[in-house]
Design a protein around this ligand. Structure first.
Ligand code: SF4
Length: 249
């Protein structure tokens, strides 16, 4: 596959910049709100709560950024981290419109930001503790083998990336599953209870998956949509190999 496509990275700049900008925007909005309703007693309490929440989000963003820079895990537990990031990401998306930063670019940046943080957490997992979730559209649309149930049904013709994924996880005890949607993915996570998930999907799906899964480390790999969305998609298998090398025992 074209190296230029594989090496295209969003970088963490857009998400850090827009999240930081959101904080200033939120402080401004909160102060305007409090001055408008200064005569109402309850507005004081609301202002304090909002400012506290914004401060917490700012501290979280700073800790995340410092953790990535010094390569040390200093950030809050994932459940708090994801909650605060979800809050900032919402406003970052709105502010991104004014800076012509698309939702996809912001989400790609967030996924990279998240991946770099997650890789700072406890590594050295066993293969059995890792679950790889793949989108249904990664299978070549002409393939008649039922790899949704089990990727071992792939006959290794090499027309899609399933062959390379099978090779990447061979003899490592890792389970890789093609899922048809978010509901199936959530069910699978509930039953298998992995310690880490490597998910391959589009920016939108990965962002919501990362933010919804607060107790499990999720590393996202954005799929490559050379044929348009949800059709014969590809993935950067090198990214999968390097991620496995980093987190496996
Ligand atoms: S590599 Fe496997 S899943 Fe992909 S088209 Fe060939 S047989 Fe089907």
């Amino acid at each position: 596959m074209d190296e230029k496509i594989l090496n295209k990275k969003a970088g963490i700049g857009p998400v850090v910049f827009l999240s930081a900008f959101s904080l200033f925007f939120l402080v401004g909005i909160t102060l305007i709100f409090s001055s408008m309703f200064a005569s109402v007693k309850a507005s004081f309490a609301v202002t304090i709560i909002l400012l506290f929440w914004i401060l917490l989000s700012a501290v979280n963003l700073a800790l995340n950024f410092i953790s990535i820079m010094i390569k040390k895990n200093l950030f809050f537990p994932l459940s708090i981290n994801n909650l605060l990031n979800r809050f900032l990401l919402f406003f970052a998306g709105i502010i991104g419109i004014f800076f012509l930063i698309t939702r996809d670019r912001l989400e790609a940046s967030f996924i990279e930001f998240n991946n770099r943080l997650i890789k700072l957490k406890k590594k050295h997992l066993k293969g059995e503790e890792i679950l790889i979730l793949l989108p249904r559209c990664i299978q070549n649309n002409e393939c008649k083998n039922n790899v949704v149930g089990d990727i071992n049904n792939c006959l290794s013709c090499g027309k899609c990336d399933i062959l390379s994924i099978k090779t990447a996880i061979k003899d490592k005890g890792i389970k890789a599953v093609l899922v048809t949607g978010g509901t199936q993915a959530r069910e699978l996570v509930k039953t298998r209870r992995p310690k880490a998930i490597i998910a391959v999907a589009c920016e939108r799906e990965l962002t919501s998956g990362i933010l919804d899964t607060s107790t499990i480390q999720v590393i996202g790999i954005i799929n490559i949509r050379m044929n348009g969305p949800c059709f014969n998609t590809r993935m950067d298998v090198n990214a999968l190999n390097s991620t496995l090398a980093e987190i496996l025992k």
